[in-house]
Write a protein that binds this ligand. Structure first.
Ligand code: 8X3
Length: 270
C-alpha cells in the first residue's frame, strides 16, 4: 500500500465507496479498536461503506472475524491492555491513515466510599492507557500516511461528573486530557486529532457491563427515553469527522440524544 495522497481519507467530494475489491490495496486503511460490538462494530461497518480498508481489532476473535468478513475488512485480535498485543497489531498493519480508539467502557456504579480500586484500575487501563498504547504504536504509520487522523471515543463523562460514576468519569477525563495533549504535541504533523464524546447511547453491552450483568438495572438507564442514541448514530459522527478534508480538524464533538439536555436532565415518558 502506498502512502501520500492516495491514502488521504475519502471525503464527500471524493468518495471512494465505489472501489471494486481488486482496488482494495489503494484504499486508505482504518484501524478500529473495540470493533467486536456496539460503537466499534458500527464504526467498522460505516467506515467500510465510506471506502476505508478496515482493520477490526478487539479481543473476541470470533466476533471480529464475523464483522471483518461482512465488510471485506481484516480482523486482528487485540487486547489494548497488553503491550505485546498492541505491538503485534502495529506489525500487522503496514500502513494506516485513520485510527479510531473505541475500546473502553465502565465497570460498576458504586459510590467512592464503596468502589473497588481494581475496577478503577481496569477502567484506566482500557480507557486511557489502551488509547495511549495503540496510538503510540500506530503513530509512525499515521504520520507517514501524510494525512493521518486519530479519533478517540470519549464520553460526556469526560466533561462532567456524577454520583456513582467516579471511576468512569475519572477515566474519561483522562481520555479527554490525553486527546487534547496529543493534538498539541502533533501540531505541525499531518495528523488530525478528534474526540467524539457521546452521552446516552443504547448498545448491547455498555450498561450491562457497568451493572455487572444485571439486565434489569442496565435497562433502567434507558427507561422512558424515547430514542437513546444508537451505535450507528455515533458511527455516523465518527465517519463525518473522518471524511472532512485533511485540513479540517474537528477537535471535539459532543453528541447526546434529543431527550438528554444534560447528564441529569433526561426527558422520560415513564
Ligand atoms: C456514556 C455516557 O452518561 O453513561 O459514556 O456517562 S454516561
Amino acid at each position: 500500500m502506498s502512502t501520500g495522497p492516495t491514502t488521504e481519507p475519502p471525503t464527500s467530494e471524493h468518495p471512494t465507496t465505489e472501489h471494486p475489491p481488486t482496488e482494495q490495496s489503494s484504499r486508505p486503511v482504518a484501524v478500529v479498536t473495540g470493533a467486536s460490538s456496539g460503537i466499534g462494530a458500527a464504526t467498522a461497518r460505516r467506515l467500510a461503506r465510506e471506502g476505508f480498508d478496515v482493520v477490526c481489532a478487539a479481543r473476541r476473535a470470533d466476533r471480529i472475524a464475523d464483522v471483518a468478513a461482512e465488510i471485506g475488512g481484516r480482523a486482528v485480535v487485540l487486547d489494548v491492555t497488553d503491550a505485546a498485543s498492541v505491538t503485534a497489531l502495529a506489525a500487522a498493519v503496514a500502513s494506516c491513515s485513520l485510527l479510531v480508539n473505541v475500546a473502553g467502557g465502565a465497570i460498576g456504579a458504586e459510590p467512592i466510599s464503596a468502589a473497588n480500586p481494581d475496577d478503577w484500575q481496569a477502567m484506566y487501563d482500557t480507557n486511557v492507557l489502551g488509547v495511549l498504547r495503540v496510538t503510540q504504536a500506530l503513530l509512525p504509520a499515521l504520520i507517514a500516511s501524510g494525512a493521518g487522523h486519530v479519533i478517540v471515543v470519549g464520553s460526556t463523562a469526560g466533561r462532567i461528573v456524577y454520583e456513582g460514576g467516579g471511576g468512569y468519569t475519572a477515566a474519561k477525563h483522562g481520555t479527554a486530557a490525553l486527546t487534547e495533549t496529543l493534538r498539541l504535541e502533533l501540531n505541525g504533523q499531518p495528523v488530525r486529532v478528534t474526540e467524539v464524546a457521546p452521552g446516552m447511547v443504547r448498545t448491547e453491552e455498555f450498561s450491562l457491563n457497568r451493572n455487572r450483568g444485571d439486565a434489569e438495572k442496565a435497562a433502567a438507564v434507558y427507561r422512558g427515553v424515547a430514542e437513546p442514541l444508537t451505535a450507528e448514530d455515533i458511527a455516523d459522527c465518527i465517519s463525518w469527522c473522518a471524511t472532512r478534508p485533511p485540513h479540517v480538524n474537528v477537535d471535539l464533538l459532543v453528541v447526546k440524544p434529543l431527550a438528554q439536555a444534560a447528564q441529569y436532565k433526561v426527558y422520560r415518558t415513564s
